[in-house]
Design a protein around this ligand. Sequence first.
Ligand SMILES: [Zn+2]
Length: 418
Amino acid sequence: MSAPDPTVVPPVPAGEPDPALAAWYERLQAAVAEELPAAVELRHQLHADPRISGEEQDTADAVVAALGLGEGRRVADTGRLVRVVDGPGRAVALRAELDGLGVEERTGVPWTSTAGVMHACGHDAHLAGLVALGRAVARVGGPAPLVLLLQPREERAPSGAADVVAAGVLVEERVDSVVAAHVQPQLAAGVVNATPGPVNAATDEFTITVTGHGGHGGYPHTTLDPVLALSAVVVNLQQLVSRRVDPTVGAVLAVTQLDAGSSFNVVPDTARARGGLRVMREEDRALLRQALTDVAEHTATAYGCTATVEIEDNEPVLANDPELARATVPWLTRSGVPVDDAWRSFGADDFSHFCAGHRGLMLFLGVDGGPPSDDGRRPGLHSPRFLPGDDVVGQVAAALLAGYLAGAELLGPVAPPD
Ligand SMILES: [Zn+2]
Protein backbone atom coordinates (compact mmCIF):
# COMPACT_ATOMS: atom_id res chain seq x y z
CA MET A 1 0.00 0.00 0.00
CA SER A 2 1.26 3.47 -0.83
CA ALA A 3 1.29 6.27 1.75
CA PRO A 4 -1.68 8.68 1.59
CA ASP A 5 -1.10 11.70 -0.62
CA PRO A 6 -0.77 14.66 1.79
CA THR A 7 -2.01 17.12 -0.87
CA VAL A 8 -5.39 15.45 -1.09
CA VAL A 9 -7.84 16.89 1.44
CA PRO A 10 -10.04 14.05 2.67
CA PRO A 11 -13.78 14.62 2.27
CA VAL A 12 -15.62 15.71 5.37
CA PRO A 13 -17.41 12.61 6.71
CA ALA A 14 -21.17 12.85 7.06
CA GLY A 15 -22.08 14.44 10.38
CA GLU A 16 -18.79 16.35 10.64
CA PRO A 17 -19.20 20.12 10.50
CA ASP A 18 -17.70 22.20 7.71
CA PRO A 19 -14.15 23.11 8.92
CA ALA A 20 -14.53 26.78 7.94
CA LEU A 21 -17.74 27.07 9.94
CA ALA A 22 -16.20 25.16 12.83
CA ALA A 23 -13.38 27.72 12.86
CA TRP A 24 -15.94 30.54 12.89
CA TYR A 25 -17.73 28.81 15.75
CA GLU A 26 -14.55 28.66 17.88
CA ARG A 27 -13.69 32.28 17.16
CA LEU A 28 -17.20 33.62 17.80
CA GLN A 29 -17.84 31.56 20.90
CA ALA A 30 -14.68 33.00 22.49
CA ALA A 31 -15.63 36.54 21.43
CA VAL A 32 -19.17 36.15 22.84
CA ALA A 33 -17.75 34.99 26.19
CA GLU A 34 -15.82 38.28 26.43
CA GLU A 35 -19.02 40.27 25.79
CA LEU A 36 -21.18 38.52 28.39
CA PRO A 37 -20.34 40.54 31.55
CA ALA A 38 -21.33 43.80 29.83
CA ALA A 39 -24.40 42.12 28.32
CA VAL A 40 -25.58 41.02 31.78
CA GLU A 41 -25.24 44.66 32.95
CA LEU A 42 -27.28 45.71 29.92
CA ARG A 43 -29.94 43.16 30.83
CA HIS A 44 -30.27 44.71 34.30
CA GLN A 45 -30.45 48.21 32.79
CA LEU A 46 -33.18 47.21 30.30
CA HIS A 47 -35.06 45.26 32.96
CA ALA A 48 -35.10 48.19 35.40
CA ASP A 49 -36.47 50.62 32.81
CA PRO A 50 -38.85 48.76 30.45
CA ARG A 51 -41.28 50.22 27.92
CA ILE A 52 -44.76 49.05 27.03
CA SER A 53 -45.64 47.86 23.49
CA GLY A 54 -45.65 50.70 20.99
CA GLU A 55 -43.50 52.99 23.17
CA GLU A 56 -40.16 51.16 22.88
CA GLN A 57 -38.16 54.12 21.53
CA ASP A 58 -35.93 54.45 24.64
CA THR A 59 -35.27 50.70 24.78
CA ALA A 60 -34.28 50.70 21.09
CA ASP A 61 -31.95 53.67 21.72
CA ALA A 62 -30.31 51.88 24.68
CA VAL A 63 -29.76 48.68 22.69
CA VAL A 64 -28.41 50.54 19.66
CA ALA A 65 -26.03 52.48 21.93
CA ALA A 66 -24.82 49.23 23.51
CA LEU A 67 -24.19 47.75 20.06
CA GLY A 68 -22.12 50.80 19.06
CA LEU A 69 -22.76 50.28 15.33
CA GLY A 70 -24.64 53.46 14.53
CA GLU A 71 -28.32 54.32 14.61
CA GLY A 72 -29.47 51.53 12.31
CA ARG A 73 -32.57 51.68 10.20
CA ARG A 74 -35.94 52.57 11.75
CA VAL A 75 -38.77 50.12 11.10
CA ALA A 76 -42.35 49.63 12.32
CA ASP A 77 -42.30 52.98 14.25
CA THR A 78 -40.09 52.10 17.24
CA GLY A 79 -38.12 49.15 15.81
CA ARG A 80 -34.60 49.11 14.41
CA LEU A 81 -32.59 47.09 11.93
CA VAL A 82 -28.81 47.08 12.44
CA ARG A 83 -26.47 45.57 9.88
CA VAL A 84 -23.37 43.99 11.44
CA VAL A 85 -21.59 42.18 8.62
CA ASP A 86 -22.00 43.73 5.19
CA GLY A 87 -21.74 41.77 1.99
CA PRO A 88 -23.39 41.33 -1.34
CA GLY A 89 -24.94 37.95 -0.55
CA ARG A 90 -28.06 36.88 1.27
CA ALA A 91 -28.15 37.64 5.00
CA VAL A 92 -29.13 35.95 8.24
CA ALA A 93 -31.36 38.05 10.53
CA LEU A 94 -31.50 37.59 14.30
CA ARG A 95 -34.56 39.00 16.04
CA ALA A 96 -35.20 40.12 19.62
CA GLU A 97 -38.30 41.87 20.99
CA LEU A 98 -38.24 45.34 22.56
CA ASP A 99 -41.43 45.49 24.63
CA GLY A 100 -42.37 44.82 28.24
CA LEU A 101 -45.82 44.04 29.68
CA GLY A 102 -48.23 46.02 31.87
CA VAL A 103 -47.33 43.97 34.96
CA GLU A 104 -46.41 45.26 38.45
CA GLU A 105 -43.09 43.50 39.16
CA ARG A 106 -42.72 41.47 42.37
CA THR A 107 -39.28 39.86 42.01
CA GLY A 108 -37.55 41.96 44.68
CA VAL A 109 -34.21 42.21 42.83
CA PRO A 110 -32.31 45.53 43.14
CA TRP A 111 -32.99 46.20 39.44
CA THR A 112 -36.76 45.75 39.82
CA SER A 113 -38.86 47.90 37.51
CA THR A 114 -41.07 50.34 39.40
CA ALA A 115 -42.99 51.76 36.46
CA GLY A 116 -45.90 49.29 36.34
CA VAL A 117 -44.30 47.83 33.23
CA MET A 118 -42.17 44.70 33.41
CA HIS A 119 -39.99 42.49 31.25
CA ALA A 120 -42.01 39.46 32.38
CA CYS A 121 -41.51 37.55 29.12
CA GLY A 122 -37.70 37.51 29.03
CA HIS A 123 -37.30 40.12 26.30
CA ASP A 124 -34.62 41.89 28.39
CA ALA A 125 -32.50 38.72 28.23
CA HIS A 126 -33.21 38.19 24.53
CA LEU A 127 -31.99 41.73 23.77
CA ALA A 128 -28.88 41.37 25.94
CA GLY A 129 -27.94 38.03 24.33
CA LEU A 130 -28.43 39.56 20.88
CA VAL A 131 -26.15 42.47 21.79
CA ALA A 132 -23.45 40.07 23.09
CA LEU A 133 -23.43 38.17 19.80
CA GLY A 134 -23.80 41.32 17.64
CA ARG A 135 -20.80 42.97 19.31
CA ALA A 136 -18.76 39.77 19.02
CA VAL A 137 -19.47 39.49 15.29
CA ALA A 138 -18.75 43.20 14.77
CA ARG A 139 -15.35 42.69 16.46
CA VAL A 140 -14.14 39.42 14.88
CA GLY A 141 -16.29 39.06 11.74
CA GLY A 142 -18.74 36.39 10.71
CA PRO A 143 -19.38 33.75 8.05
CA ALA A 144 -22.33 35.54 6.38
CA PRO A 145 -23.97 38.98 6.20
CA LEU A 146 -25.78 39.57 9.49
CA VAL A 147 -28.74 41.80 10.31
CA LEU A 148 -30.03 42.41 13.85
CA LEU A 149 -33.75 43.10 14.13
CA LEU A 150 -35.01 44.91 17.24
CA GLN A 151 -38.73 44.24 16.90
CA PRO A 152 -41.42 46.34 18.60
CA ARG A 153 -44.94 45.31 19.68
CA GLU A 154 -44.60 41.56 20.13
CA GLU A 155 -47.07 41.56 23.02
CA ARG A 156 -50.01 43.32 21.43
CA ALA A 157 -51.82 44.00 18.16
CA PRO A 158 -51.11 45.36 15.65
CA SER A 159 -48.21 42.94 15.51
CA GLY A 160 -44.76 44.51 15.19
CA ALA A 161 -43.53 41.50 13.22
CA ALA A 162 -46.36 41.85 10.68
CA ASP A 163 -45.43 45.54 10.29
CA VAL A 164 -41.73 44.70 9.80
CA VAL A 165 -42.68 42.23 7.05
CA ALA A 166 -45.08 44.72 5.46
CA ALA A 167 -42.37 47.43 5.45
CA GLY A 168 -40.35 45.23 3.07
CA VAL A 169 -37.04 45.83 4.86
CA LEU A 170 -36.15 42.14 5.16
CA VAL A 171 -36.47 41.72 1.40
CA GLU A 172 -34.43 44.90 0.82
CA GLU A 173 -31.72 43.61 3.16
CA ARG A 174 -31.73 40.29 1.25
CA VAL A 175 -32.59 38.27 4.35
CA ASP A 176 -32.72 34.50 3.80
CA SER A 177 -33.30 33.18 7.34
CA VAL A 178 -34.67 34.79 10.48
CA VAL A 179 -33.71 33.24 13.83
CA ALA A 180 -34.93 34.04 17.35
CA ALA A 181 -34.60 32.55 20.82
CA HIS A 182 -37.29 32.69 23.51
CA VAL A 183 -37.12 31.61 27.16
CA GLN A 184 -39.59 28.86 28.05
CA PRO A 185 -39.94 27.79 31.71
CA GLN A 186 -42.03 24.75 30.69
CA LEU A 187 -38.82 23.18 29.34
CA ALA A 188 -36.17 21.80 31.70
CA ALA A 189 -33.58 24.46 32.56
CA GLY A 190 -30.63 24.42 30.16
CA VAL A 191 -32.37 22.49 27.36
CA VAL A 192 -32.68 24.13 23.94
CA ASN A 193 -35.60 23.18 21.75
CA ALA A 194 -35.23 23.14 17.94
CA THR A 195 -38.32 21.30 16.69
CA PRO A 196 -38.67 21.18 12.89
CA GLY A 197 -42.11 22.22 11.59
CA PRO A 198 -45.02 23.78 13.52
CA VAL A 199 -44.10 24.73 17.12
CA ASN A 200 -46.60 27.46 18.01
CA ALA A 201 -50.25 27.75 17.09
CA ALA A 202 -52.15 30.01 14.74
CA THR A 203 -54.58 32.05 16.84
CA ASP A 204 -57.91 33.66 16.02
CA GLU A 205 -60.23 35.58 18.34
CA PHE A 206 -63.95 35.03 18.04
CA THR A 207 -67.05 36.80 19.34
CA ILE A 208 -70.49 35.14 19.33
CA THR A 209 -73.52 37.34 19.88
CA VAL A 210 -76.84 35.60 20.48
CA THR A 211 -79.96 37.71 20.12
CA GLY A 212 -83.33 36.63 21.54
CA HIS A 213 -86.18 38.57 23.04
CA GLY A 214 -85.86 39.85 26.60
CA GLY A 215 -88.56 40.24 29.22
CA HIS A 216 -89.72 39.49 32.78
CA GLY A 217 -87.86 36.64 34.49
CA GLY A 218 -91.13 35.39 35.98
CA TYR A 219 -92.73 34.91 32.53
CA PRO A 220 -90.06 32.96 30.62
CA HIS A 221 -92.60 31.72 28.05
CA THR A 222 -92.96 35.30 26.78
CA THR A 223 -89.21 35.58 26.13
CA LEU A 224 -86.63 33.99 23.84
CA ASP A 225 -83.78 33.51 26.29
CA PRO A 226 -80.33 34.28 24.77
CA VAL A 227 -78.55 33.26 28.02
CA LEU A 228 -79.83 29.69 27.76
CA ALA A 229 -79.13 29.59 24.01
CA LEU A 230 -75.58 30.87 24.48
CA SER A 231 -74.97 28.33 27.26
CA ALA A 232 -75.93 25.57 24.82
CA VAL A 233 -73.63 27.07 22.18
CA VAL A 234 -70.69 27.02 24.61
CA VAL A 235 -71.32 23.35 25.46
CA ASN A 236 -71.90 22.31 21.83
CA LEU A 237 -68.65 23.93 20.70
CA GLN A 238 -66.71 21.49 22.88
CA GLN A 239 -67.31 18.62 20.45
CA LEU A 240 -65.48 20.33 17.59
CA VAL A 241 -61.91 19.77 18.78
CA SER A 242 -62.66 16.28 20.11
CA ARG A 243 -64.50 15.05 16.97
CA ARG A 244 -63.44 17.15 13.99
CA VAL A 245 -59.66 17.51 14.38
CA ASP A 246 -57.07 14.74 14.13
CA PRO A 247 -56.27 14.02 17.82
CA THR A 248 -52.58 13.48 17.02
CA VAL A 249 -52.41 17.09 15.80
CA GLY A 250 -54.82 18.78 18.21
CA ALA A 251 -56.41 22.22 18.48
CA VAL A 252 -57.76 24.51 21.21
CA LEU A 253 -61.18 26.15 21.17
CA ALA A 254 -61.69 28.02 24.43
CA VAL A 255 -64.56 30.28 25.43
CA THR A 256 -62.93 32.61 27.94
CA GLN A 257 -65.42 35.44 28.36
CA LEU A 258 -69.22 35.57 28.87
CA ASP A 259 -71.29 38.68 29.05
CA ALA A 260 -75.09 38.81 29.51
CA GLY A 261 -77.79 40.45 31.59
CA SER A 262 -77.77 42.88 34.50
CA SER A 263 -80.44 41.62 36.91
CA PHE A 264 -81.76 38.37 38.45
CA ASN A 265 -85.31 38.98 37.26
CA VAL A 266 -84.79 40.28 33.73
CA VAL A 267 -84.14 38.11 30.66
CA PRO A 268 -81.80 40.20 28.47
CA ASP A 269 -82.13 40.70 24.72
CA THR A 270 -78.59 39.57 23.92
CA ALA A 271 -75.75 37.46 25.30
CA ARG A 272 -72.14 37.45 24.15
CA ALA A 273 -69.25 35.00 24.34
CA ARG A 274 -65.64 35.59 23.37
CA GLY A 275 -62.76 33.18 23.05
CA GLY A 276 -59.80 31.91 21.11
CA LEU A 277 -59.23 29.33 18.42
CA ARG A 278 -55.74 27.80 18.13
CA VAL A 279 -54.55 25.34 15.50
CA MET A 280 -51.30 23.82 14.25
CA ARG A 281 -52.46 23.45 10.62
CA GLU A 282 -54.05 26.07 8.35
CA GLU A 283 -56.55 23.45 7.07
CA ASP A 284 -57.86 22.96 10.62
CA ARG A 285 -58.21 26.71 10.92
CA ALA A 286 -60.57 26.89 7.94
CA LEU A 287 -62.51 23.82 9.09
CA LEU A 288 -62.97 25.03 12.67
CA ARG A 289 -63.88 28.58 11.72
CA GLN A 290 -66.71 27.26 9.55
CA ALA A 291 -67.81 24.64 12.09
CA LEU A 292 -67.82 27.17 14.93
CA THR A 293 -70.06 29.46 12.90
CA ASP A 294 -72.40 26.58 11.95
CA VAL A 295 -72.73 25.30 15.53
CA ALA A 296 -73.37 28.79 16.94
CA GLU A 297 -75.98 29.70 14.33
CA HIS A 298 -77.87 26.39 14.34
CA THR A 299 -77.82 25.99 18.12
CA ALA A 300 -79.20 29.49 18.55
CA THR A 301 -81.93 28.70 16.01
CA ALA A 302 -82.96 25.62 18.03
CA TYR A 303 -83.63 27.97 20.97
CA GLY A 304 -85.61 30.45 18.87
CA CYS A 305 -82.70 32.92 18.84
CA THR A 306 -80.18 34.05 16.23
CA ALA A 307 -76.38 34.11 16.44
CA THR A 308 -73.77 36.19 14.67
CA VAL A 309 -70.11 35.17 14.72
CA GLU A 310 -67.15 37.48 14.17
CA ILE A 311 -63.67 35.96 13.79
CA GLU A 312 -60.54 38.07 13.80
CA ASP A 313 -57.22 36.82 12.37
CA ASN A 314 -54.41 36.99 14.84
CA GLU A 315 -51.17 35.06 14.21
CA PRO A 316 -50.42 32.40 11.58
CA VAL A 317 -48.85 29.04 12.56
CA LEU A 318 -45.22 29.38 13.66
CA ALA A 319 -43.49 26.68 11.60
CA ASN A 320 -39.74 26.22 11.95
CA ASP A 321 -37.92 25.57 8.69
CA PRO A 322 -36.93 21.87 8.97
CA GLU A 323 -33.55 22.30 7.23
CA LEU A 324 -32.59 25.29 9.34
CA ALA A 325 -33.71 23.55 12.54
CA ARG A 326 -31.66 20.44 11.74
CA ALA A 327 -28.60 22.48 10.71
CA THR A 328 -28.69 24.30 14.07
CA VAL A 329 -28.60 21.17 16.23
CA PRO A 330 -24.87 20.29 15.75
CA TRP A 331 -23.83 23.81 16.79
CA LEU A 332 -26.01 23.66 19.89
CA THR A 333 -24.64 20.24 20.77
CA ARG A 334 -21.09 21.54 20.25
CA SER A 335 -21.71 24.24 22.87
CA GLY A 336 -22.66 21.47 25.29
CA VAL A 337 -26.41 22.08 25.59
CA PRO A 338 -28.91 19.21 25.54
CA VAL A 339 -31.16 19.61 22.50
CA ASP A 340 -34.86 18.75 22.42
CA ASP A 341 -36.46 18.35 18.99
CA ALA A 342 -40.05 17.45 19.90
CA TRP A 343 -41.54 20.10 22.21
CA ARG A 344 -44.41 22.20 20.79
CA SER A 345 -47.06 24.38 22.40
CA PHE A 346 -50.33 26.11 21.58
CA GLY A 347 -48.82 29.40 22.66
CA ALA A 348 -48.36 32.00 19.93
CA ASP A 349 -45.62 34.43 18.94
CA ASP A 350 -45.77 36.95 16.13
CA PHE A 351 -42.39 35.60 14.95
CA SER A 352 -44.70 33.39 12.85
CA HIS A 353 -45.06 36.28 10.38
CA PHE A 354 -41.35 35.96 9.48
CA CYS A 355 -41.73 32.21 8.84
CA ALA A 356 -44.19 32.86 6.01
CA GLY A 357 -41.67 34.53 3.67
CA HIS A 358 -38.29 33.38 4.99
CA ARG A 359 -36.67 30.35 6.51
CA GLY A 360 -37.66 30.88 10.15
CA LEU A 361 -36.39 29.29 13.34
CA MET A 362 -37.61 29.91 16.86
CA LEU A 363 -35.40 28.26 19.48
CA PHE A 364 -37.04 27.80 22.88
CA LEU A 365 -34.69 27.89 25.86
CA GLY A 366 -35.51 25.96 29.01
CA VAL A 367 -35.14 28.24 32.05
CA ASP A 368 -35.95 28.22 35.72
CA GLY A 369 -38.44 31.11 36.09
CA GLY A 370 -37.54 31.94 39.70
CA PRO A 371 -38.13 30.70 43.26
CA PRO A 372 -41.39 28.76 43.85
CA SER A 373 -44.32 30.38 45.65
CA ASP A 374 -45.98 28.84 48.74
CA ASP A 375 -47.96 26.35 46.66
CA GLY A 376 -44.73 25.04 45.12
CA ARG A 377 -45.36 26.53 41.65
CA ARG A 378 -42.53 28.28 39.88
CA PRO A 379 -43.35 31.56 38.10
CA GLY A 380 -44.20 31.22 34.41
CA LEU A 381 -44.07 33.67 31.52
CA HIS A 382 -45.93 36.96 32.22
CA SER A 383 -45.89 36.32 35.99
CA PRO A 384 -44.91 39.34 38.16
CA ARG A 385 -42.28 37.06 39.73
CA PHE A 386 -40.82 35.65 36.48
CA LEU A 387 -37.06 36.22 36.46
CA PRO A 388 -34.62 33.68 35.00
CA GLY A 389 -31.03 33.93 36.30
CA ASP A 390 -28.39 35.97 34.49
CA ASP A 391 -26.91 32.86 32.84
CA VAL A 392 -29.88 33.12 30.46
CA VAL A 393 -28.04 35.91 28.61
CA GLY A 394 -25.26 33.49 27.62
CA GLN A 395 -27.87 30.86 26.77
CA VAL A 396 -29.60 33.27 24.36
CA ALA A 397 -26.29 34.30 22.75
CA ALA A 398 -25.24 30.65 22.28
CA ALA A 399 -28.58 29.73 20.71
CA LEU A 400 -28.48 32.72 18.34
CA LEU A 401 -24.88 31.88 17.40
CA ALA A 402 -25.95 28.32 16.51
CA GLY A 403 -28.82 29.69 14.40
CA TYR A 404 -26.51 32.19 12.68
CA LEU A 405 -24.00 29.47 11.72
CA ALA A 406 -26.80 27.20 10.48
CA GLY A 407 -28.29 30.06 8.44
CA ALA A 408 -24.83 30.76 6.97
CA GLU A 409 -24.37 27.07 6.16
CA LEU A 410 -27.60 26.99 4.15
CA LEU A 411 -26.43 29.97 2.09
CA GLY A 412 -23.59 27.94 0.57
CA PRO A 413 -19.84 27.46 1.01
CA VAL A 414 -18.27 29.68 3.64
CA ALA A 415 -14.75 31.19 3.66
CA PRO A 416 -12.77 30.45 6.84
CA PRO A 417 -11.84 33.32 9.19
CA ASP A 418 -8.51 35.11 8.42
ZN1 LIG B 1 -42.27 36.93 24.72
